[in-house]
Design a protein. Structure first.
Length: 473
């Protein structure tokens, strides 16, 4: 199956004239390649099932803004909750063991040689260009490891005022916590999470265009390709995208202008020179190490998916013409993806396919589910006060945000941040040969068992039936 090059164009989804990657027009050398020219049926499918929901959901805007009027500002953020958010949510992704030279200069005199420290580095948000009256600052948070996947905040460094704050630091400490989580929200949504989105678009497009419809790899991945390309196109190119960050948009919650926000995508993909926490993107073999229970949840589902992918692809021969061509095309556009010479070395094919499978289902969905359920009065995107320094300041919680800020954030959560599934992983049907359907049945059984086990262990960060079948929001 799939070993012969003698296929007719009708054997392909779009007659070999389907979508294909190109350099991203905004940052050709800084962002992941984009897929911008899409068949009409992809646009129609997206508008019918996803775009229409966006339009109808806008009717909620008056209610969102009314909630902001009735309860303005932010809520007090206890230290315990601050630590929980950093180590028991999607923001756990920012916890890193490596300290670069700048980190050592800031925290070197504080760290004790017999202790194990980690860092939450949010330097990426330096590129944000805040609107008048709104403040943003890069930050670094020093964590002391107290047990496996458990940490205590030692102190916070705010870059804009070059000041270190400790948990007994009064009002300035209270403000510092908000600025850290503001940076976390910015980096989560525009630096780290986009790496689950945009680098995968090339694989989506090439799979649709270069693999015959009867190929086992196409049949495995096809249910996980739906809705994504037009969604990404909307985010990157629509004038109504929340990235445009126009004042009149009822759903644009970010604290700064388009140019700075778009630069955050570049930092995620290209990395930050000299910063150990932000490396250049390279296609992974498995989910990045996350130092917390959030990572254990991701890894558990990945293991189940890898077994399923290995079973389905067990019949693919190492001389498969189309898989080799597919790898050649994808590796050209996706850094680190195995090429035609590497794809059949060891388990490279299984690794590459499983990561994509995990990325567009579990990896993407759990981030949205977790972030979409955060208390936005604890995790602000806009801070209407100066960044604190050494001098103590007074502030009013009610004035840290306006009703306008809250309404925009709430609408963004409803429209974009929270999960809104059209198709789900557990209900996915695969057009596979009858003898392979047993693998599908076993796969779903193991997914349910894994979810149940994680739930009992307190490590389930998304219900199984909330995991989407593809990137569709």
């Amino acid at each position: 199956m799939g070993n012969s090059a003698a296929k007719k164009k009708e054997d392909f989804l779009y007659d070999r004239m389907g979508p294909w990657p190109q350099p991203c027009p905004e940052h050709p050398w800084g962002e992941a390649p984009a897929v911008l020219r899409l068949p009409f049926r992809e646009a129609f499918d997206w508008w019918m099932h996803v775009g229409a929901r966006y339009m109808t959901s806008l009717a909620y805007s008056p209610i969102a803004y009314l909630k902001g009027l009735l309860k303005p500002g932010l809520e007090p953020l206890p230290d315990q909750e601050f630590e929980r958010i950093l180590q028991d949510s999607m923001m756990t992704k920012f916890i890193k063991p490596d300290f670069d030279e700048k980190d050592k200069k800031i925290f070197g005199s504080i760290m004790k040689p017999d202790k194990k420290y980690f860092i939450v580095d949010l330097e990426a948000v330096k590129v944000v260009k805040p609107f008048e009256g709104i403040s943003v600052t890069a930050s670094k948070t020093l964590l002391l490891q107290t047990a496996t996947n458990e940490y205590k905040v030692v102190c916070v460094y705010l870059d804009k005022t070059e000041t270190i704050f400790y948990p007994d630091g009064g009002n300035n400490w209270e403000l510092a916590k908000y600025f850290v989580l503001q940076g976390g929200a910015l980096a989560a949504t525009l630096v780290v999470h986009p790496l689950l989105h945009f680098p995968m678009d090339s694989i989506n497009a090439i799979t649709k265009t270069a693999l015959p419809k009867d190929h086992i790899l196409f049949k495995l991945l096809y249910p996980h390709l739906r809705f994504t390309l037009y969604l990404e196109n909307a985010v990157l190119t629509f004038k109504s995208s929340l990235l445009a960050s126009k004042w009149w948009m009822p759903y644009a919650p970010y604290p700064g202008a388009y140019d700075g926000l778009r630069d955050l995508l570049v930092e995620g993909f290209k990395g930050i020179k000299g910063n150990a926490s932000y490396q250049t993107f390279k296609y992974p073999k498995a989910p990045e190490k996350v130092f917390g229970k959030y990572g254990e949840c991701q890894d558990a589902f990945f293991a189940v998916m890898r077994k399923f992918v290995a079973n389905i692809l067990s019949q693919v021969k190492d001389d498969d013409f189309y898989v080799r061509k597919w790898a050649t095309y994808v590796s050209h556009w996706v850094p680190g993806f195995p090429d035609s010479k590497e794809i059949f070395k060891g388990e490279a094919l299984i690794d590459a396919v499983t990561y994509y499978f995990w990325d567009v289902t579990m990896g993407h969905s759990v981030d949205h589910y977790d972030y979409g359920n955060m208390n936005i009065r604890h995790v602000p995107l806009r801070m209407r006060c100066p960044v604190p320094g050494k001098d103590q300041v007074n502030f009013d919680y009610k004035k840290l945000n306006t009703f306008w800020d809250y309404g925009k954030y709430e609408m963004a959560r409803i429209l974009f941040f929270g999960p809104t599934n059209v198709t789900t992983l557990i209900n996915t049907e695969y057009d596979l040969p009858p003898e392979m359907q047993v693998h599908v049945k076993n796969f779903k059984k193991e997914l349910r068992e894994t979810a149940e086990r994680l739930k009992k262990e307190g490590k389930l960060y998304i219900p199984l039936d909330e995991i989407a079948a593809s990137i569709q929001y």
